[in-house]
Design a protein around this ligand. Structure first.
Ligand code: AMP
Ligand code: MN
Length: 333
């Protein structure tokens, strides 16, 4: 079996990686799929589209993630396949790792023992695994899965296409982020052709929240601080704010994007503290060529130019102002 490292492709096809994966799939019977901790729509959509496709090929598939499927994605076909576990030790013919720069990102132990297929679109992928298929030009990992389905000869059922759409819709920030291309729309054209009701998917993903989440938006925006001459918004969130809004941690997803709806704001920074661990989750978003990934990377995280994040250990408070200044300097007039 050919070993392929850092196959970087900017166009449709990725024939070398797909051929290697096709051979592994043909030879195998049991497959494991994982993705990153606190999965987003692209992590879930990519995993489930692939899982449903492998099932159609008669394969046995397990999906093991550290964290559950977020509520908005649960009604879509396949969501029930996701198992939540801290470790995995069964026998598998290969492991698919979706959307992860390295093997620690899933937060699931025991993955090192498997023959790994690494499919990702985040800069900084370490090239782990027997096959690395890394395409930074993809707007979503789901775009790579779309190519892979064609390579495996699996028809896009409505269920499969729905998962691809969840990945693309969410990872492009509803078609706002960079990297959206003709290929993105070509895949979406085929998704619509497969019978997916794009409006219904968007309603489910974005408009199925709770009133607690609405109150939380109010509280978070009420505490918003503007820096860099009004070009950077800094948001703060802790368990107390969740409790008084009647919201849950899941309700915090996407709040960071709210400030970007103002024309003057170029970047948004959010600190979410969880009392149980003392950890602070830091999320960064930006518009255009403001590169927030560079900041996330300095603190051990990563992501994309316009959407990045990292988890800070207890004690981050001391460096919080430094992080604010670093992002402020990116957008300073
Ligand atoms: P979030 O703010 O958690 O929604 O993350 C935004 C983006 O940054 C996503 O594309 C994540 O994949 C990426 N990201 C977040 N945390 C990390 C991390 N610790 N390491 C690498 N990438 C991350
Ligand atoms: Mn992604």
């Amino acid at each position: 079996m050919a070993t392929i490292r850092q196959v970087t492709v900017a166009t449709h096809g990725a024939s070398e990686a797909i051929a290697a994966i096709r051979a592994i799939v043909a030879d195998g019977r049991r497959f494991l799929i994982t993705s990153h901790a606190r999965p987003d729509g692209d992590a879930i959509g990519s995993q489930l589209a692939l899982a449903l496709a492998l099932q159609r090929l008669g394969k046995t598939v397990r999906i093991v993630n550290r964290d559950p499927v977020p509520e908005p994605f649960r009604p879509f076909a396949g969501a029930g396949l996701v198992e939540v576990a801290p470790s995995v030790e069964d026998d598998f013919d290969a492991l698919f790792v979706m959307e992860c720069g390295d093997l620690t990102r899933p937060g699931v132990s025991g993955l090192e023992r498997y023959r790994a297929i690494n499919i990702d679109h985040h800069l900084g992928n370490t090239g782990f695994g027997e096959v690395t298929w890394f395409d930074e030009s993809a707007a979503a990992c789901a775009e790579l899965v779309a190519d892979l389905l064609d390579g495996l000869g699996v028809a896009w059922t409505r269920e499969i296409a729905t998962q691809l759409y969840v990945g693309i819709l969410t990872d492009t920030g509803s078609f706002r982020h960079s990297h959206i291309s003709a290929r993105t729309f070509e895949i979406c054209r085929r998704i619509a052709e497969a019978g997916v009701d794009a409006a219904a998917v968007a309603r489910q993903v974005y408009d199925s929240g709770t009133t607690g989440r609405l109150r939380l938006m109010g509280a978070v925006l009420d505490h918003m601080r503007l820096e860099a001459g009004g070009r950077l918004a800094v948001l703060w969130l802790d368990d107390g704010m969740l409790a008084s809004a009647g919201a849950t941690y899941d309700d915090t997803e996407g709040l960071i994007n709210l400030p970007l709806t103002a024309a003057t704001i170029r970047a948004s920074l959010m600190f979410k503290r969880t009392d149980a661990t003392g950890e602070v989750r830091v999320s960064l978003r930006s518009k255009g060529d403001v590169d927030v990934r560079a900041v996330a990377q300095r603190y051990g995280g990563g992501g994309h130019r316009n959407a990045a994040g990292f988890t800070a250990p207890p004690g981050v408070d001391a460096v919080q102002e430094r992080i604010v200044r670093e992002v402020a300097s990116l957008v300073a007039p």
